[in-house]
Every structure is written in structure tokens, then in C-alpha cells.
Design a binder for this molecule. Structure first.
Ligand code: GLV
Length: 331
């Protein structure tokens, strides 16, 4: 029997690829080349499914070139690399990997915020350079995390995870802004207060960004928003590049209009704005918030579960556009 053909667009755990091979004829990418649009399209010839990461753009032009494609499974919770309306209009199921990464990503967001507030990267670099010759009363003094005000922009599952850590572990006062307000029973255990964006910017000691990227969140933090923050505040971005105007942030950090920033995501990554690389008061990490071994395995397996279910008559666990399944069910 001829197996359906799928593309695994990037290198992933060999066990996951082996499992996919029990259901499909798999073209994989063990050398982990990042395909440009033309190469991705070439590789998708004859494929009914694609296992993707945030690096592969699935848009209307690509879908039109591959009418045989039925499912695109992203190994990521974010899916701004997918044109969802274009997928839905063509009956292509899109899936992502929510839930399995929530706590790991919240751990990292909290750690990055703490490293930023307590100047860990800057002081470590100083030590490694051999510049530590004596204790000094004000050496690398930062700002307290415990008892301070934690601001969260984007209060989804990960935002709530960060808020829980701050409120329950560090006695932080939590304020947040989101498209929609949480239910009272979600706010109460962490004492979270819903505020407008201006209040969030004005009152947060530590502002953490955890909102999805879209045209409406592009440069949600730019020069004006940075100017509205406290000069002692920190900004942490574990969401997506493009939510922060990185050039404006570099200028604000240089002029100490905010104290420091922690960035795991960047506009145009893996390129990083050159000014950010030269500034001491920013902690930079290469998009690793979900990168624990267990969580990356769980993400890969969930993406595979989605592909297998979608192409073998099962129920994909985490569809982004379930209306495609409903259309198919009705057909
Ligand atoms: C990572 O950025 C993800 O969206 O899972």
C-alpha cells in the first residue's frame, strides 16, 4: 500500500521521525537547512502534510501551488508563520502545540525577568573578563523582584503562568492587560488586576510580554510606550519579535529611559539589532523559552499526533482552525 507523503521541514527528534515513518512516506531534513520559500515549495511537491516550525511561512501562494496539501502542523504554540484565513479558505487544517509548553515557557520568562532585574548577564560577563578585583557596595545593584509590581501584557496560558509565579512565589502585585479580561475566579487566586495599557506601562516595575504577534500587536511597545514606563522598570519579551520596536528599545536602554530588558525574541531573528549587542543592560537569549528536553519532546510528539490524526481519520488534538474539520465532517 502506498503511504501518504509528508515533509518534515526541519530536523527534529529521530524518534518522532521514526514514528511518522510508520504512517507516512517521510521526506525529512536531518541537516536542518532552513528552506527559503522556493525550496520549501519544491520540497512540498506531492506532500499531503507538513511538519513545520516557526521558520516556515505557509501562505496563500504556497497553498495555491500545493492543492494536495491537507494539513500543516507547527511545532510551536505561536503560528504567525501561518496565514490561517488562507488555510481555512482552502480546507487545509493547521495545528499548533499549546499547553505542553506553558509551564516551561513561564519558567523561562520568569527567569529572564529575574536575570534582567538582577543584572546577571552583565555581572557574569564582568567576572569572566577578569575585572572583579574587590567587593563594592553598589556593584551591579539592580531592582527587587519580590514585592514589586509585575505587569503582564497578554494574559493567556503562559501569561497566567508567569503571573502565578510572581504572585505566589515572590509576593508580587500583578496587573495585566489583555484583549479580554480573565474570569473573576482566574484573577482571584493571584490577585491579578485588569488595567488599561497606559496604566500597565505606568505602574509596572517588571513588564513581561506574552501576547501573540499579529498586525495589531506589531510594535505594541515602541518609543511612546517605553517613554511611559518607569525609568527603573525592566521589559522582558518572550512573545515574538516585532511586538517590540527593537531600534526604539535600544535607544531607550542606551539613554537609560528604562533600566534593562530581557529578550528571547527579536525582529527579523536570528538577526539581532546590532545596537542591542553592544548594550550592557540587556539580557539576550536565542528564542529558547520552551527549550527543556521534556517540553521539546512533548511539542514534537504533539505536532506528530496532529499530523497522524489529521491524515488517518482521527481527531487532531490541537487544531487552530477546527472549522476545517467541521467542513470535512459535513462533506
Ligand atoms: C515558540 O516561540 C512557540 O511559539 O512555541
Amino acid at each position: 500500500m502506498k503511504l501518504p507523503k509528508i515533509l518534515v521541514a526541519r530536523a527534529v527528534f529521530p524518534e518522532t521521525v521514526a514514528r511518522l515513518r510508520t504512517h507516512f512516506e517521510v521526506e525529512d531534513n536531518p541537516s536542518d537547512t532552513v528552506f527559503d520559500a522556493a525550496e520549501l515549495s519544491r520540497r512540498l511537491q506531492g506532500k499531503v502534510g507538513a511538519f513545520t516550525t516557526g521558520s516556515e511561512r505557509i501562505d496563500a501562494a504556497l497553498l495555491d501551488a500545493h492543492p494536495q496539501l491537507r494539513v500543516v502542523a507547527n511545532m510551536a504554540v505561536g503560528y504567525n508563520n501561518f496565514d490561517i484565513p488562507a488555510c481555512t479558505a482552502r480546507g487545509v487544517l493547521a495545528t499548533n502545540t499549546p499547553d505542553v509548553l506553558t509551564e516551561t515557557t513561564a519558567d523561562f520568562g520568569f527567569a529572564l525577568m529575574m536575570a534582567t532585574a538582577r543584572r546577571m548577564a552583565e555581572s557574569e560577563a564582568f567576572l569572566r573578563r577578569g575585572e572583579w578585583t574587590k567587593w563594592t557596595y553598589d556593584m551591579f545593584t539592580g531592582s527587587d523582584v519580590h514585592g514589586s509590581t509585575l505587569g503582564i501584557l497578554g494574559m493567556g496560558r503562559i501569561g497566567q503562568g508567569v503571573a502565578r509565579r510572581g504572585a505566589l512565589g515572590f509576593g508580587m502585585r500583578v496587573i495585566y492587560h489583555n484583549r479580554s479580561r480573565l474570569l473573576p475566579e482566574q484573577e482571584a487566586p493571584i490577585g491579578a488586576r485588569y488595567v488599561d495599557k497606559a496604566t500597565l506601562l505606568r505602574e509596572a516595575d517588571h513588564l513581561v510580554l506574552v501576547l501573540p504577534y499579529s498586525a495589531s500587536s506589531h510594535h505594541a511597545i515602541g518609543a511612546a510606550e517605553l517613554a511611559a514606563m518607569k525609568p527603573t522598570a525592566t521589559l522582558t519579551n518572550i512573545a515574538r519579535g516585532g511586538i517590540v520596536d527593537d531600534a526604539a528599545l535600544a535607544q531607550a536602554l542606551r539613554e537609560r529611559r528604562i533600566a534593562a530588558a530581557g529578550l528571547d525574541v527579536f525582529e527579523g531573528e536570528p538577526r539581532v539589532h546590532p545596537d542591542l549587542l553592544t548594550l550592557p543592560n540587556v539580557v539576550l537569549t536565542p528564542h529558547i523559552a520552551s527549550a527543556s528536553v521534556a517540553t521539546r519532546r512533548a511539542m514534537a510528539e504533539l505536532a506528530a499526533d496532529n499530523l497522524i490524526a489529521a491524515l488517518t481519520g482521527g481527531v487532531p488534538p490541537t487544531p487552530i482552525n477546527p472549522e476545517v474539520l467541521a467542513q470535512k465532517g459535513a462533506a
